[in-house]
Design a protein around this ligand. Sequence first.
Ligand code: PHE
Length: 461
Amino acid sequence: MSQSVHGTWANRWLFILAATGSAVGLGNIWKFPYITGENGGGAFVLMYLLCIALVGIPVMIAEVMLGRMGRQSPINTMVGLVKRFHAPVFWAGIGWMGALAGFLILSFYSVIAGWALAYIPKLAMGDFQQATGEYAAATFGNLLASPQTLTLWHSLFMLATIFVVARGVNRGLEAAIKWLMPLLFVLLFVLLAYAVQTDSFSAGVDFLFSFDFSKLSRESLVIALGHSFFTLSLGLGAIMAYGAYMPQSASISKTIVVVAVLDTLVALASGMVIFPIVFSNGLEPGAGPGLLFQTLPIAFGNMAAGSFFGVLFFVLVVFAALTSSISLAEPIVAWLVESKGWSRLRAGACVGLSAWLLGLGTVLSFNHWADYTLFGKTFFDCLDFLTTNIMLPLGGLLIAVFVAWVLSKQTVADELRMGPPALYNAWRFILMFISPLAVLAVLLNGLPFLSTLIGQIKSLL
Ligand code: PHE
């Protein structure tokens, strides 16, 4: 099959934009800075970069390739490939687990994107004029304390996601992505120019790039690896679904390297914007999930035309999140359309509504349920850990093993047409040994958490 029933990207650039749209999102702008802050900076950043290079990019190439070979939703793509290559049925589980992970992530992703939505009117009304660090922290605290407000913005974001998903690949996804991604890059540049002028720019850059290995723990390695999957949208079929809409003539490996580099640049740029502001305002780098929301408003409140840039920035964050959230929903929506014959609208609405409901748990975990914890993790932290640090790496591991060990060397070489055989062999070697071992090492670390979680769920039933 050389085309998918859901449509095909008009050209290679649109695939790059779409995949970058999926990859660049809250993971880069919100999550990367805050987990870097929590994990001590430089050494963590280095681990993250290594994970992207040694695990992320090779697995991403494999995942997109599976999608293009199957040309269907990730679930049916895997079922089809299993039949075609006479592999054991359990490999089809990659598709199912991924669809579930996408659904779980979507539930909390929408709540966080809702925070960014909530900041748009605040900035528009000049709430942060001349704001101090304390003021910004208090404003954020007030937002989290109100489940009603959080639910309102969460609902709006989920509706927007359903709307775009329902319009389909060409009219919905492409149209949104074409304009918004480039604009986001430009705005990050403007902010970077502001950060360079603050007196703590070098302190911020130092924090990001000076490698103090004493700060590196096993837990932070797990987080770095998990995040490299999260930020590249790997291991759950999102990028596999997009691969299914990729033109046959495009080179997968070259394309993927472009996407991964863009994604990494956005993350590093966000860090270089946020940390100087943290240090010049006496804030804590380890402030946690609120970091973005407690730092940038200060910058906007103290720069010329700050309200304008502030509104524009949060609008773009919301759009970056939207181009990611639609890809979280895509695997399961595409499956419902293919296998159940549902319309995109019905599938999108059904997935969106269910994820919205689950998202209420995340909303409450920042206020009424803040004290219910497992291993010191709230409901939101648990979902985040379970998906990012267990399900995505496991999905990535299975994809790597399936492509490197189950499919024949020739089949894969024919699909990828990577050019120099040495390059192909190097990639295959990494995929056969290095990526799986790295992921396995990290997964074993997550096991105690998983067994306690399962025990807890059993005791509830
Ligand atoms: N990569 C997205 C981000 O960084 C999140 C995402 C994860 C999207 C997994 C799709 C699949 O925000």
